[in-house]
Design a binder for this molecule. Structure first.
Ligand code: GDP
Ligand code: MG
Length: 370
């Protein structure tokens, strides 16, 4: 439906109608319970109350969003977002660094990279892959709990000389719970004591069945140290990404997620945003968590100033009122007054520490609002 009454929306959200009316009043829309509100307002309310509209279509699971569904004809292919997980010392950082070294777009800047919590590699064929420099398993599941499902593919790193360890199993569980496809990188294959087949057998015990064992989980033996087989890993990521048919609409106001944020001495609050859909541009007015702002500058993972960032692109954003939290959504809005209003409202909501509705009601919310 195009419109919904405030009372009905309150019912679906399992919130008190009076609270919605109050919220709408604060947002500048004085309405009563029996009056209808448009879809945009309804969705904004849903967000403000901490409910997240769950996407049900498979191709949409990657997009964390609270707004309308983009029309199919507006969707264009976007790069996969990959998170590397695994037990400590199994080589996550080494593998990330090695993969970063395969970037063909770095060119003259060669090696002059900065840490922004995520980076994008341009592969030989010109396609791109975004890697999240992970925040760790806890942050991964916390982000997921908040509805920020920003990872398309998990690369599980297992050291071939050590096998499955507690954090490996934890990573497997998180990945399964998130419903994200996994590729296993059996690392440290250069070591004489490496036992890759043993790793495959151990994985079997945790119901991760690699292709060699008759399953459909891709695996690849690599050495992050010697840079062995990185091309094969990249190919498998691309293959998996193709199967996922990842798409997003680049031609709309941007929505994204905070990957990390900090207060920089010289530059003020800085957040690394992973753009989910739309294109974020210098000058855009936005709300991010309980903060707001206007994009003063965008800096890519190679330290370059850029004018815009499209879907799956990680970018540093300057011009924020304060430091948002990791996992906070960023939404471009029409003007600064609106941005401040929503941010102030969210700050209030956060303070009240509202509880969220059960997932079951979110499902029905989704179908009601689409
Ligand atoms: P993380 O804790 O998972 O991020 O692991 P690191 O990337 O920090 O690696 C832990 C240790 O393993 C470091 O001493 C690395 O040099 C070493 N290491 C990582 N990858 C390899 C590899 O492919 N072969 C060998 N021999 N050592 C590796
Ligand atoms: Mg590390």
């Amino acid at each position: 439906p195009e419109a919904i009454t405030v009372g009905e929306l309150a019912n679906r959200m399992a919130e008190r109608g009076a609270d919605l009316v109050k919220a709408l009043f604060k947002m500048g829309s004085p309405v009563t319970l029996t009056q209808t509100i448009d879809q945009d307002t309804a969705e904004l309310l849903v967000t403000e109350f901490g409910h997240r509209i769950k996407r049900v279509s498979e191709s949409d699971i990657d997009i964390q969003s609270t707004e309308d569904v983009d029309a199919p004809e507006t969707l264009q292919p976007r790069p996969p977002v990959v998170t590397i997980m695994g037990h400590v010392d199994h080589g996550k950082t080494s593998l990330l660094d090695a993969l970063r070294g395969t970037d063909v777009a770095t060119g003259e800047a060669g090696g002059i990279t900065q840490h922004i919590g995520a980076y994008q590699v341009t592969v030989k064929d010109g396609s791109k892959i975004t890697f999240l420099d992970t925040p760790g398993h806890e942050a991964f599941s916390e982000m997921r709990a908040r509805g920020a499902n920003i990872t398309d593919i998990v690369v599980l790193v297992v050291a071939a000389d050590d096998g499955l360890r507690p954090q490996t199993i934890e990573a497997i569980n998180h990945t399964k719970a998130a419903g994200v496809p996994m590729i296993v990188a059996i690392n440290k294959i250069d070591k004489p004591e490496a036992k890759p087949q043993k790793v495959r057998e151990e994985l079997l015990q945790h119901e991760v069945i690699v292709e060699d064992m008759g399953g459909d989980v891709q695996d690849v033996e690599v050495s992050a140290l010697k840079k062995t087989n990185l091309d094969a890993l990249i190919e498998k990521i691309q293959l998996q990404a193709e199967l996922l048919e990842l798409r997003a609409n680049p031609d709309r106001d941007a929505e994204g997620t905070v990957v990390e944020a900090k207060l920089d001495k010289g530059r003020g609050p800085v957040a690394t945003i992973l753009v989910g859909r739309g294109t974020l541009r210098v000058g855009d007015v936005f709300v991010v968590g309980a903060e707001s702002g206007k994009v003063r500058a965008l800096i890519d993972d190679k330290g370059r100033n850029v004018k815009e960032a499209g879907p799956s692109t990680p970018v540093e954003v300057l011009g924020i009122s304060g430091v948002p939290g990791a996992g906070d959504p960023l939404t471009v809005v029409e003007n600064e007054a609106r941005a401040r209003e929503v941010a102030a409202y969210r700050a209030g909501v956060i303070q009240q520490k509202r509880t969220t509705a059960a997932p079951a009601s979110l499902e029905s919310m989704f179908s009601a609002l689409r």
